[in-house]
Design a binder for this molecule. Structure first.
Ligand code: UD1
Length: 369
């Protein structure tokens, strides 16, 4: 009997770290064939190709080249182009990752054609409908036939939404599979030396959520407080393209002036360099979901610049504290870190580097392979 084929669909930076270990596990297990579909939601070399190279993901079998656009345009382009691919080469199932526009659009294209969908990182809920990702999560989970969940809170959320128990599997966190695989390489990275940083002698900042960067008043408030904190501890700030554009549009580039500021602006970093900087940092200040998870495993203090999180285990067992974009809470959190007044964190169940093996086994079963 021919092996069933699945499409693994990814489009935006955080998808690539999740796809890599699942692809590897499927290939090692050998029961299911896998094709890589890149929607093209992220297209800059530093946001996409770099990750394919570092994480040993082969060239995509299919590239939809959708590029940037409004939510409607981006989602519609993926829907149209991915549907054409599904009609031409129908897979046994589609595997989607995370909560970006590529996730919900490719899942919708599939279910409308009666192709089954598996969702990796199902069940996460921030409870905040103003986040575009929350809509993507809820809709994707409502469509998916197999829900592969990274933390226990996700199972509770899915039950609450009436998703059948038989579809839900708690498998752990594939992002951590990638982290543990790449940690050795990250530890031999020379990024700290290149940036003249000492272990634990700096903080790492990332910022890209629309709620933090799109409104110039909020963005300015955040950059002001970061500038102030960087007087106590140098901060490095790899800047997402969305944020770079927002800073320029708001006329705030002077806040990052290289000679006047200890808040150092960098281009977006490759995976290994970012991991090296995260693991050597005294503190991470971020609004990234992935980095909340990664700092939890690295046991590095994380000030999460969001009012809520869909990853509550990173606060409950990990090293994250929610500080929103409130200068007082950010200052207080930063001071607590400097004073050593911070949780050491604890291991998180199933964040053990083997989530993708469990996923490959579940997919094999599910497809009757
Ligand atoms: C997307 C995801 C977000 C995820 C983030 C990680 C959605 C709704 N949002 O947000 O959940 O955390 O990716 O990075 O899917 N741009 C470039 N080069 C690129 C890609 C984007 O310059 O390669 C610029 C464009 O100006 C674009 C803007 O960034 O308009 C935003 O890109 P988009 O993919 O719409 O959303 P992100 O903010 O990256």
């Amino acid at each position: 009997m021919a092996r069933p084929r699945v499409d693994l669909v990814a489009g935006a930076r955080p998808n690539f770290m999740k796809l890599a270990p699942v692809l590897r596990a499927l290939r090692e297990e050998g029961r299911v064939d896998a094709c890589v579909v890149h929607t093209g939601q992220h297209y800059d070399r530093s946001m996409s190709a770099v990750f394919f190279e570092e994480l040993d993901i082969p060239e995509p079998d299919v590239h939809l080249d959708v590029g940037s656009g409004t939510h409607g345009v981006q989602t519609a382009r993926i829907l149209e182009r991915y549907e054409a691919r599904l009609l031409a080469e129908p897979p046994a199932a589609v595997v989607v990752f995370g909560d970006v526009n590529s996730t919900v659009a490719s899942a919708l294209a599939a279910v409308k054609l009666g192709v089954r969908v598996a969702h990796v990182e199902a069940g996460l809920r921030s409870g905040d409908r103003s986040m575009p990702e929350e809509t993507n999560r809820i809709l994707t989970d409502a469509m998916a036939d197999l829900l592969l969940v990274s933390e226990a809170s996700g199972v509770e959320n899915l039950r609450r939404e009436g998703i059948e128990e038989a579809k839900i599997r708690l498998v752990g966190n594939v992002m951590i599979d990638t982290l543990l695989t790449q940690l050795k390489r990250a530890r031999s990275s020379n990024v700290l030396a290149r940036l003249q940083l000492e272990q634990r002698g700096y903080g790492l900042v990332t910022l890209h959520r629309p709620s933090n960067v799109d409104d110039p008043r909020i963005l300015s408030r955040i950059l002001q407080v970061l500038g102030e904190l960087s007087q106590q501890l140098p901060l490095v700030f790899p800047i997402h393209p969305r944020t770079r554009t927002a800073i320029e549009r708001a006329g705030l580039s002077s806040l990052l002036h290289p000679e006047r500021s200890t808040l150092r602006a960098l281009e977006p970093l490759p995976y290994t360099d970012n991991l090296a900087l995260m693991s050597g940092a005294a503190v991470v200040l971020t609004d990234s979901g992935g980095m909340q998870e990664e700092t939890a495993v690295l046991r590095v203090p994380c000030l999460t610049m969001r009012p809520n999180t869909e990853r509550p285990v990173t606060v409950r067992l990990g090293t994250s504290r929610l500080v929103a974009n409130d200068p007082e809470r950010i200052r207080q959190g930063f001071q607590d870190v400097l004073d050593g007044n911070w949780t050491k964190g604890a291991p998180i169940p199933l964040w053990d580097g083997r989530a993708s093996e469990r996923i490959a086994a579940e997919l094999g079963e599910w497809l009757g392979a």
